[in-house]
Structures are given as C-alpha cells and as structure tokens.
Design a protein around this ligand. Structure first.
Ligand SMILES: O=C(O)CCC(=O)C(=O)O
Ligand SMILES: [Fe+2]
Length: 454
C-alpha cells in the first residue's frame, strides 16, 4: 500500500496494472468476507457425539457470492454452493444456491396478510404423520379458493424468480408445477419435522422462507451430505434456497413456528405425474453418469417396481446411499428375502438412517434379539422418528422387551410420537391416560387421534 501511495503521488495517477490489483484485492477481501458469512449460516442440526467429528467448512464450499440484479429491478445476494459428499462408492458433489433477501421484509409482510390461520393436512404418508400445508398451485394451475393468494405471489414468481431460474438452471423451458406453503410447529402440537429426502417429484425446488430462524423458530431447513451430520441453513424471511432433485434435505423445528413457501419446477410443460417425470431423460442420463441419487429415484415408486428400477436401486445401495439400502430392504422383505433385507437394514442403520434403524429394531424384536432391538429403536426414537417412538413405547408398555416397570418410559415415548401427530400413538396414549385415571388427557388425545381433520 505504501508503495502504491508513493507511486500515486509521484505520477499523479495510478498505473492501470496497480488499479487492477487494488480492485482485485478489494474484490477478494469482500468475497472472502461474504463466503465466510455464508458458511456461518450452516450449523450442525444436533450436538451429538458423532456430529462433532467434521467441520461444516469441509462439507460446504462457497463457489461464488455476489450481489445480483433481478429482472424486475430488485437486488439480492446470490451464493452458489457445493456440498461435498463422501460415499463408500466414491465422492459426489451436490449444488445448491442461496438467494439472500429475494423478497424484502415488507414484501413478506404483505404476503403474510393473506395467509389464512387454517392450514390443511398433507396426508402424504411420511413416518405415518401428516404435515400441515396450503396447496396453492397444482399441475401449474391455481387451486380453487387459493386464487387470491396465488395472485399476490405471481409477480414474485413470474417477474423475479422465473427469468432468473431459467437462466441459472440452464433450463429455458422450466415451469412451476406446484406451489405450496408449509407450517411446522412444535408449539401448536403439529408436525415439526420432515425426515431427510430428495424431491423426486420435481426437476428443481425453490424454498422461500416466510419467517426467520433464530427469531420466530429454532432449527429449520437442513441439508445432508454426511448422514451423521445434517447442517441447518439459517434463513431469514425473504431468503430463498434453490436446489435440484439431487439434494438430500429435511426440516426440523425445535421450537416456535416456521412458515415456508415451496415451488416445485419441472423441466418443461406440461406438468406431469412423478411416474412420467421419472421417464424424462435428465434422471436417466444422470444415473448413467453415476449419480447415486438419480439411481435411487429411478428405483423408487412405481417405476422402481420394474426390473430396471430394481437394478438402479441396488446400484445406489451398493454405492452407499442409506435411503436406497432401506428401500431395497423393504422390497426384499416383500419378496420374503429376510436374511438379505436384514443385512441392508444393518448397513443403513449404521449409516445413521433413522427409518432403517426403526425397521431394524422391529425386525430384531420379532427375532427375539431384544437388547439389540431396544438399542436401535432407541437410537431412531432419539433422532425423532415418530414410528420408532411409537413402537418403542408400545414394546415397553407390552413388556415385549422383557423389562419390568417401564410404563413411565413407555408413556414418555408415546407422548413424543403423539405430539408429532402420530395418530396411533395418540390413541394408544389415550388408553394409557385412561388407565392412569387421567380422563381429561385421555379425551384430549382421543380427540387428537380422530379429530376434525385427523
Ligand atoms: O419447508 C421446507 O423448507 C422444505 C419442505 C420440503 O422439503 C418438502 O416439502 O419437500
Ligand atoms: Fe423437500
């Protein structure tokens, strides 16, 4: 810098080489700062023993971060990220993009004025617990009675987001097929989590936060590259995350109430069903290029029942994807191949898949391996899996684990599952409460289990 000053005094103006260097240094300094700020948004979801091994910086790489001018004149900060993912079958990289401040706080506030208090139940069966949602658009059209809300949101989608997304995703014919709002609330006794998954029903997903982590709720959206170490992304109201079908993610809200607005895009019109989407070439070619998530998606659902689907699923499982292992185990059990199913469940459970741990626990219980059964059920239940919480509660209650005097523990696990909205846990808990002569609680849980939208 001293040399720079001296030269500038001496010559009256800076030589262009030096100007370029100063600009570059400044740019680098602000970029380093921005990248560090972006990385700090990612924190481990849990403070577990296993999650302490690695640092988030080794999982998340910031590829670029700069201010972006949007087509309707607004600005936001765009950060392109890559998640490093090491599987036994080789390393993979998954991209995601963060748009900080896509909507201003005022714009978010304006939208929230039109959001009704009542959210419907999304009955898509995940862990036997329905989620709360408002479906806004389906197959690219507004859902009846949601036209006003869709009208309020349209300018942000069409004027701001879609031109950007088409360029960013390299997908000029991309269309928004579904648009929903989700609510997660521990306080309201509603579902507050969504286990790790990929959005196999979409080519790309946009999640727009409608309120803020740290202020309105704790926890939130998380991304998974290391199954033992999901990373929460701290989003403020108006921030957006963009990802494709290959990002493993989930939601866990540990207190408060979270609202999100989600758009699912397909690569071209017309919007089609999941089965038809899986026949489009983008997944096929990704699977052929070795993308394990594409393999798992092609081995799931209706298409997964074909011989080709089964072959993809096995390849994904062999590459080390725990979700694929659990899925494969399910198919094998349906075909009566218990021994091989058990092996895959053990692999998947050991890689931190709570669904697999839960199924493994019950399988071991049926085989009389009580100690191991209890350990896996407990591990999955601690990770928040409501099926495991219910099954463990009932196994303790019915004395299937060979323990005496476990009624209190049984009650606590059933209560945790019931609070997540697990209907069977709610009705079983009602029975326990009635046995304890606590009739008001019994009535409460009984109503929850079969209430107006239950
Ligand atoms: O609410 C969110 O942030 C994401 C929800 C999600 O992943 C889904 O509905 O598929
Ligand atoms: Fe999702």
């Amino acid at each position: 810098m001293a040399k720079l000053m001296a030269m500038s005094r001496h010559e009256g103006r800076l030589p262009s080489q030096l100007v370029a260097q100063v600009v570059r240094l400044r740019y680098q300094a602000s970029w380093t700062l921005r990248a560090a700020q972006i990385r700090r948004l990612f924190t481990p979801l849990r403070k577990s023993r296993r999650s302490l091994g690695a640092r988030s910086s080794s999982q998340v790489q910031v590829l670029s971060a700069h201010v972006l001018r949007l087509s309707d004149g607004g600005t936001c900060t765009e950060a392109r990220l890559s998640l490093q993912w090491t599987l036994p079958g080789g390393a993979q990289q998954v991209g995601m993009t963060l748009l900080k401040g896509l909507l201003t706080p005022k714009e978010v506030e304006g939208l929230l004025l039109h959001v009704p208090e009542h959210f419907d139940l999304d009955r898509a069966d995940v862990e036997m617990v329905p989620k709360r949602w408002i479906m806004l658009e389906r197959a690219g059209r507004p859902v009846p009675q949601r036209e006003l809300l869709v009208e309020k949101m349209r300018p942000y989608i069409e004027g701001r987001l879609l031109p950007y997304l088409r360029a960013h995703l390299g997908c000029p014919s991309c269309v928004v097929c579904s648009s929903i709002m989700r609510r997660y609330s521990m306080d309201l006794g509603e579902r507050y989590r969504d286990p790790p998954h990929t959005d196999g029903q979409a080519f790309a997903t946009v999640v727009i936060a409608l309120n803020s982590a740290g202020r309105d709720y704790e926890g939130g959206l998380y991304v998974v590259s290391d199954p033992w170490r999901p990373l929460t992304v701290s989003l403020a109201g108006g921030d957006a995350v963009i990802h494709r079908w290959d990002l493993q993610h989930g939601v866990e809200v540990t207190s408060g109430r979270r609202l999100s607005w989600i758009l699912w895009l397909q690569d071209q019109a017309p919007c089609v069903t999941q089965v038809e989407l899986h026949q489009r070439s983008f997944l096929q070619s990704a699977a052929e290029d070795g993308n394990v998530v594409a393999m798992q998606i092609l081995g799931t659902g209706e298409n997964g029942r074909s011989e080709e689907g089964q072959r993809w699923l096995r390849m994904a499982a062999e590459a080390g994807l725990s979700g694929a292992m659990a899925q494969l185990a399910k198919h094998l059990r349906e075909q009566g191949q218990e021994a091989e199913a058990l092996q895959w469940l053990q692999h998947a459970a050991g890689r931190g898949d709570a669904g697999a741990q839960s199924s493994l626990g019950m399988m071991l219980l049926q085989r009389g391996q009580l100690k191991e059964a209890e350990e896996w059920l407990e591990e999955a239940a601690e990770l928040g899996n409501p099926v495991a919480q219910h099954d463990l509660g009932m196994a303790l209650y019915t004395n299937a684990l060979g323990r005496r005097d476990r009624r209190h523990a049984a009650f606590l696990w059933l209560e945790r599952a019931a609070r997540q909205g697990h209907a069977m846990a709610q009705s079983n808990l009602a029975v326990l409460c009635a046995e304890n002569q606590d009739f008001s609680q019994a009535l409460y849980w009984w109503n929850e289990a079969g209430g107006p939208d239950g």
